[in-house]
Write a protein that binds this ligand. Structure first.
Ligand code: C2O
Ligand code: CU
Ligand code: CU
Length: 577
C-alpha cells in the first residue's frame, strides 16, 4: 500500500513540476558540532534526489551531502581534524574566517586520500555565518557541486547580548540555497547552465515549519554560478541584521535581497500572528537586472547567451524556492526587531597605504562565447607557480576592482573581511555597509573596498582571491597573494643604495624580488655560485611591481641576482633550498 502511494506521488511530482511546484520534503537542518576539538570526515556517498536514481555526492560525517554546522565561540582555540576518506584529493577552506595561510585550506593545502589535515587556529571572527568548502585546484566546482560544503556559525558576546532568535533549527534557521543541474542519469553536472533544481540544505522541494514570531534566517548562496534575488511571496518586509562577516550597525528593512555565490546574510522575518498561513521564500529572477547570472539576460549588453541559459526555468523568472508553514509560537518567542545591533567602524580611506588594481577581462560585446569565459584578472590566468601580489604585513589597502566583462562577478578574498568604499562611485547600500568577504562587481563598473592585512604573514604560503562563480574560479579567474613581513629577518647583500629585497630567501619554488621603483629596472640577470649566467629560468615582472623568479628547476645552492636599474645596480644573494 505504502509503495503504491509513493509511486503515485512520484509520478505526480515528475509530471507537474514544470507547471507548479509541490513542497513535500521537510527541510534538513544540519546537526551541530561544538567544542574546541572537531572531527570532520569527508567521504563520497549517494543521495536519491530522484526516485530510482542514486546521485553521486560528497558529504561530511553522517551526511552524504553537505556537512554538520560547526558552532564556534570567538576567542576559542580550535583543533580540527579533517580526514579524507575519498579516493580523490581534496582541500577544505574556512571561507570568511581570518586564519593563517597554512590553516586556510586553500588549493596549496591538499589532503591526499587516506590522510588527515589538522588545522589549529584561534577564532578571531565576529559573530556571523561562515562556511567550509573544497578549494581543490581546478576541481572546486565539481567537489562543491557534489556537496563538499558546510556551515560555520561563530558566536560572540556582542551578539549574545542582543535580543535575537538563537534557537538553532527552531527560530534560527540556516538556509544553504543552491541550484543544481542533473544529467540524464541524474548525476550532478557542475558545468551545465541548466541548474534549474533548487536544493535548500540539500533538500529538494523543501518546506520548513516556522513559529509565528520573529525568526532569524541565515541565508547563504552556495550555488555554483547563480545569483538569487530573495523575497517572500507575501512581499513581507524583512530586516537584514548581518553580512558575510558580522552584524550590521542596525537592521536594514527590505523586501528583496540579492546574494551572489559565496555571500551570506542574516535576516529577521516577523511571522507574528500568522499561525496557519503559508508563504514562500521566492527568487525574484525577473527583477535581477541584466548582466547577472539568473537575470533574463546574463549579459549587461548585447545578445550574448550561455548555451542552455534561456531554457533554464529559473533564469529571469520568479520562482518559489521553499514553502514556509507558519506554526504555533514557541514558549518564549522573540517578538521585536532590535533598533541597533553593533558598532561598525569602517577603516577610513585616509588610513590606506596602498591601492591595488584588479581588472577583469575579456570584455565581450555581443558574442556568445565571452559569457563562459575563461575570465582573467589583470590579464593573467591563475598559475599555481606565480605569486600575483605581495602585500606588506599590516598594510591597509584599497582594492580597486574593475569589471570589463559582460557579466557580473562576485569577487572573494581570503584572510580578511573588508568594507566596501563605493560601487561605481556610490557608497554601498546600508545592507552592504558591514564586514564583507564577497562583493559583486557589476559589468562595466568599478568597486573599491578597504581592508587591513593583519595578524598573519607567511613568506611561503599564499592566500587566494577569486571570482566565486566556481566555474570561473576553476577556469583561472583567481590570483594568490603573500602577506609578507619585510621586517622579519631577511638577510642579503645589496650594493649601492638601491632598495631591493628577495623573499622568501632561501626559497623552494620561487623568489619574489621587490625593488623600490620597478620602472627603473633595465635588466635582471641571474648567475650561479661560480658566476655563470643562468638562462633556464623564467623571470617575470609582476603587475604589483615585484619580480618573480621560478627556481623550481634549479639545483640547490647559492645564486646571485643583478638588478640593473637607472639608479644603479643591486646585487642580491639568493639561496635555493
Ligand atoms: Cu569560498 Cu576561496 O573561497
Ligand atoms: Cu574563502
Ligand atoms: Cu566570475
Amino acid at each position: 500500500m505504502k509503495k503504491v502511494l509513493f509511486f503515485l506521488l512520484c509520478n505526480t511530482v515528475l509530471f507537474t513540476t514544470v507547471f507548479s511546484q509541490t513542497f513535500t520534503n521537510s527541510i534538513a537542518i544540519p546537526s551541530v558540532l561544538t567544542g574546541t576539538n572537531i572531527n570532520l570526515s569527508v567521504h563520497t556517498g549517494t543521495v536519491s534526489f530522484y526516485p530510482g536514481f542514486n546521485t553521486n555526492t560528497i558529504g561530511f560525517n553522517a551526511y552524504n551531502y553537505l556537512g554538520p554546522t560547526l558552532m564556534l565561540n570567538k576567542g576559542d582555540s580550535v583543533h580540527i581534524n579533517v580526514s579524507n576518506t575519498m579516493a580523490d584529493t581534496t582541500t577544505v577552506h574556512w571561507h570568511g574566517m581570518h586564519v593563517s595561510p597554512s590553516n586556510d585550506g586553500g588549493p596549496h593545502t591538499v589532503i591526499p586520500p587516506g590522510t588527515t589535515w589538522s588545522p589549529k587556529f584561534k577564532v578571531r571572527d565576529d559573530a556571523a555565518m561562515y562556511w567550509y568548502h573544497s578549494h581543490l585546484h581546478m576541481l572546486t566546482a565539481e567537489q562543491v557541486t557534489k556537496g563538499e560544503a558546510g556551515l560555520v556559525i561563530v558566536k560572540d558576546p556582542i551578539e549574545a547580548a542582543l535580543t535575537l532568535p538563537r534557537n538553532y533549527g527552531t527560530d534560527d534557521i540556516p538556509l544553504v540555497v543552491q541550484t543544481r543541474a542533473f544529467d540524464a542519469a541524474k548525476q550532478f553536472d557542475a558545468m551545465s547552465a541548466i541548474d534549474s533544481v533548487v536544493l535548500i540544505n540539500g533538500t529538494k522541494n523543501a518546506f520548513v515549519n516556522l513559529p509565528a514570531q520573529v525568526v532569524r534566517l541565515r541565508l547563504i548562496n552556495a550555488a555554483t554560478m547563480r545569483l538569487f534575488n530573495f523575497g517572500f511571496s507575501n512581499n513581507a518586509t524583512f530586516y537584514q541584521i548581518g553580512t558575510d562577516g558580522g552584524l550590521l550597525a542596525a537592521p536594514v528593512s527590505m523586501t528583496r535581497l540579492r546574494l551572489a555565490p559565496g555571500e551570506r546574510a542574516e535576516v529577521l522575518l516577523d511571522l507574528t500572528g500568522m499561525q496557519g498561513q503559508t508563504i514562500y521564500l521566492t527568487n525574484y529572477g525577473s527583477q535581477l537586472p541584466n548582466g547577472y547570472y539568473g537575470a533574463p539576460n546574463p549579459a549587461a549588453m548585447g545578445m550574448a547567451t550561455i548555451p542552455g541559459y534561456s531554457s533554464n526555468g529559473l533564469n529571469g523568472t520568479d520562482k518559489n524556492l521553499m514553502q514556509i508553514n507558519v506554526a504555533a509560537p514557541t514558549a518564549s518567542p522573540v517578538t521585536t526587531i532590535p533598533s541597533s545591533l553593533t558598532v561598525v567602524t569602517p577603516i577610513p580611506q585616509s588610513a590606506a597605504n596602498f591601492t591595488r588594481t584588479k581588472t577583469f577581462t575579456p570584455k565581450t560585446m555581443g558574442g556568445g562565447a565571452g559569457l563562459n569565459g575563461p575570465f582573467v584578472i589583470n590579464g593573467q590566468s591563475f598559475d599555481m607557480m606565480v605569486i600575483n601580489d605581495t602585500v606588506p604585513f599590516n598594510n591597509v589597502e584599497i582594492w580597486n576592482l574593475t569589471n570589463n566583462t559582460a557579466i557580473a562577478h562576485p569577487f572573494h578574498i581570503h584572510d580578511v573581511q573588508f568594507y566596501i568604499i563605493d560601487i561605481n562611485g556610490v557608497a554601498p547600500p546600508a545592507n552592504m555597509a558591514g564586514r564583507k568577504d564577497v562583493v559583486v562587481v557589476p559589468s562595466q563598473q568599478t568597486v573599491r573596498f578597504i581592508t587591513k592585512f593583519e595578524n598573519f604573514a607567511d613568506p611561503m604560503m599564499p592566500y587566494m582571491y577569486h571570482c566565486h562563480m566556481l566555474a570561473h574560479e576553476d577556469d583561472g579567474m583567481m590570483g594568490q597573494f603573500l602577506v609578507y613581513d619585510y621586517f622579519a629577518g631577511i638577510k642579503e647583500n645589496t650594493s649601492n643604495s638601491i632598495f631591493a629585497k628577495a623573499y622568501p630567501n632561501p626559497a623552494n619554488v620561487s623568489w619574489n624580488i621587490m625593488v623600490d621603483d620597478v620602472n627603473s629596472i633595465k635588466s635582471v640577470e641571474l648567475s650561479n655560485a661560480i658566476g655563470q649566467k643562468v638562462e633556464s629560468v623564467k623571470i617575470v615582472t609582476n603587475y604589483d611591481g615585484t619580480i618573480s623568479i621560478n627556481n623550481n628547476n634549479l639545483s640547490s645552492g647559492v645564486y646571485h641576482l643583478k638588478v640593473n636599474t637607472t639608479k644603479g645596480i643591486a646585487t642580491l644573494k639568493l639561496i635555493k633550498n
